[in-house]
Design a protein around this ligand. Structure first.
Ligand code: OGA
Ligand code: MN
Length: 279
């Protein structure tokens, strides 16, 4: 792997310094990045200053890049992550309020995205860090009997659930538009072909299938609190030019507070899911 790697915590994250974008654009560097992603969940290339063209090229070396229908950027692969309606449209700015709550990207899709890449174009000195929590480590740290109780459960995920957390004062027409996004049931515990297990939790998790609503809510809230304890989390304090990649199939993540008028601007690509969700 080009540059110098430093693991960040016991459970999650590796940081690489001293790497230039051109060095990443090789099959070997992409393979190294993928294995670092599997092993550490979050890979941070500090001070990389990757261009938009290079970001798309590197994403293509890592996997299948999802095309974005939003037309936010001249590259159809790139999303502009900002809350400022002058830099994006008002609807997207409102949806992105959801980023302040722990979530997994694409949880209402049949296969959630494999990974997300975010690079900082403009940062906010007053806030806007990003936090990650590994549900691989959180699941492993449960007792065997707790794991067994979770292994058979199914969770209903909905866009409306996530948006009602983020936009509690929404109007009826807004709520009706959220309800038009199809919901999805996934196993709570996702078992990979390689035997590793993570949990699909977060803002979209609405109920445990077949359980009374309040009992399901209590378990989902308890598991989210368990998984986001400091020992399972990593906080990324952005510097301009950082590139952060996370294994979205096992990392919850959220943005920490920043003002909607902030200059904060991240460019994002996503890699399509590769393995169907199996219990
Ligand atoms: C995202 C996301 C968090 C952030 O782009 O998927 O959740 O800190 N971003 O902007
Ligand atoms: Mn996200």
């Amino acid at each position: 792997m080009p540059g110098t790697a430093h693991p960040l915590t016991e459970t999650v994250g590796i940081e690489i310094t001293g790497c230039r974008p051109a060095e990443l654009l090789t099959l070997d560097a992409a393979a190294d990045t993928r294995s670092a992603l599997d092993r550490h969940g979050v890979v941070i290339y500090r001070d990389l200053h990757i261009s938009d063209d290079e970001l798309v090229d590197f994403s293509r070396l890592l996997g299948t890049v999802v095309l974005q229908p939003t037309g936010e950027h001249n590259h159809p692969e790139i999303q502009t992550i900002t809350m400022d309606p002058n830099k994006t449209n008002a609807l997207l700015a409102s949806y992105r309020q959801g980023n302040f709550h722990w979530h997994i990207d694409g949880a209402t899709e049949s296969i959630p995205q494999k990974a997300t890449l975010l690079t900082a174009r403009e940062i906010d000195p007053a806030g806007g860090d990003t936090e990650f929590a590994t549900t691989y480590a959180a699941y492993s740290a449960l007792s065997e009997s707790e794991q067994r109780e979770l292994d058979s459960l199914q969770v209903l995920h909905s866009f409306a659930q996530a948006q009602s957390l983020a936009n509690p004062d929404a109007t009826e027409p807004e709520r009706a538009s959220w309800d038009r996004v199809p919901t999805r049931v996934h196993p709570l515990v996702w078992t990979r072909r390689n035997g590793r297990k993570s949990m699909l939790l977060g803002a979209t998790a609405q109920e445990i299938v077949g359980w009374p609503a309040s009992k399901g809510r209590a378990l989902l809230d308890k598991l989210l609190a368990w998984s986001t304890q400091p020992r399972f989390t990593l906080r990324q304090k952005w510097q301009k030019g950082d590139l952060v990649i996370w294994d979205n199939t096992g990392m919850l993540h959220r943005a920490l507070h920043f003002e909607p008028t902030s200059v904060r601007l991240l460019h994002r690509t996503t890699l399509a899911g590769e393995e169907s969700v199996q219990g």
